[in-house]
Design a protein around this ligand. Structure first.
Ligand SMILES: [Zn+2]
Length: 382
């Protein structure tokens, strides 16, 4: 039944997507929420399988699409895109608790939520459901695990008020280097897990399409990947909270600029074989975690995150200001050619970032203003 809800929500969303993609300059505008909602009522009359689903779920998908479209035109989000079966399995319920939906605690470890057309569904009570919850989202990840997330707008993490400033540099060997000298790494897959993943991927390429074997291998790969994602997300949450608690101002690189700088100069001066390819892979993995870390920082410490022009932060000596590509002797070692100052390359860069000035106007909302923080998923018991 839950998968049915997901399928209906996806179907309605994709229809809305199609209507909007059909639009070309000169054509009359694509239907908005009110018109789409009317069309949904008609479609439910015509198709029994659609009517068998929950109207609340289907209508909410349209409302979500309208919001996504509004966000796109406001310039804050990308254009809403197609949702795929197996990849985007989820639906949202919005409404009054106790009326359209409900949640209750059954025991210390279990809770139950009431889902339209399904009834009470058990889940593992992994954290407190806050008061004033108006919506929740049920989703199934690629590893086949169900999650429920109750949405609230939490208070930002309070600043320590000490005036402490930190610079954070994204590195390849170190995921995040702090100007305080700490080097933090995203926990990835263990050696044995990575080897198993590689073996499974080889097996997948040999398995014939549509076979049961292929589906099994795919599921096993999804489970390992989910583990990796979970660890990265966990690291991002813990790190962002810690930084927001410890420092008043957090300075990070503005990656949109960094990207251009990097591609123009080509700063990977790493000797050895195959290192470039590996570094590229690592970078892409860390990139995902990095973007999320900055987003979460801006949400937890609104107005306290500053984006810095990252040009030459990795080549400039933090002690004397001498800028030379040769200062960076290897991926990890920084030795200044002018004053002899030696440091870990990422930490030296982080100190330059800490000393930098904000270059962009695109910052978080002013301090104290609550922002929409993403609700944390809760694992459902199955
Ligand atoms: Zn120097």
């Amino acid at each position: 039944m839950l998968l049915g809800h997901c399928a209906h929500a996806r179907f309605v969303w994709n229809l809305a997507c199609e209507q909007h993609q059909h639009w070309r300059p000169g054509r009359s505008s694509a239907p908005g929420y009110v018109e789409q909602s009317r069309q949904l009522t008609e479609a439910r009359k015509a198709f029994g399988w659609l009517a068998a689903g929950s109207q609340t779920v289907q209508q909410q998908a349209l409302r979500d699409f309208a919001q996504a479209t509004a966000n796109f035109f406001a310039g804050t989000h990308r254009r809403p895109t197609w949702r795929k079966a197996g990849r985007h399995e989820g639906f949202r319920i919005v409404g009054k608790r106790g009326k359209q939906w409900d949640v209750r605690r059954v025991s210390r470890k279990t809770g139950e939520m009431w889902v339209p057309k399904v009834g009470w569904v058990r889940f593992r009570w992994s954290r407190q459901v806050p008061d004033g919850v108006k919506s929740f989202r049920v989703a199934r990840d690629r590893a086949g695990r169900w999650h429920v997330a109750f949405a609230v707008v939490p208070q930002p993490v309070p600043a320590p008020g000490t005036g402490a400033v930190v610079g954070v540099d994204r590195g390849v060997a170190t995921s995040a280097a702090l100007s305080s000298g700490e080097r933090l790494s995203v926990p990835g897959l263990r050696e044995t897990e990575a080897r198993r993943l590689l073996r499974l991927q080889r097996r997948l390429s040999r398995a014939s399409r549509g076979s049961k074997r292929r589906a099994d291998v795919k599921a096993a790969i999804a489970r390992i990947r989910a583990r990796e994602t979970d660890r990265r997300k966990d690291w991002v949450e813990k790190t962002s909270t810690e930084l927001a608690r410890r420092f008043d101002v957090i300075r990070v690189e503005d990656l949109r600029i960094r990207h251009m700088v990097r591609s123009a100069h080509g700063t990977m001066q790493v000797p050895g074989t195959n290192v470039r390819a590996k570094a590229g892979l690592n970078r892409s993995i860390y990139a995902a975690g990095w973007g999320r870390l900055v987003t979460r920082l801006e949400q937890k410490a609104p107005g306290r995150v500053e984006k810095i022009n990252p040009a030459y932060t990795s080549q400039t000596c933090n002690a004397c200001g001498h800028c030379d590509a040769k200062n960076r002797q290897s991926q990890a070692v920084f030795v200044c050619r002018a004053c002899g100052h030696a440091a870990h390359a990422d930490v030296n860069a982080a100190r330059n970032i800490a000393a930098g000035r904000a270059v962009t106007a695109r910052e978080g909302p002013p301090p104290g203003e609550p922002v929409n923080r993403e609700p944390q998923p809760v694992l459902l018991s199955t």
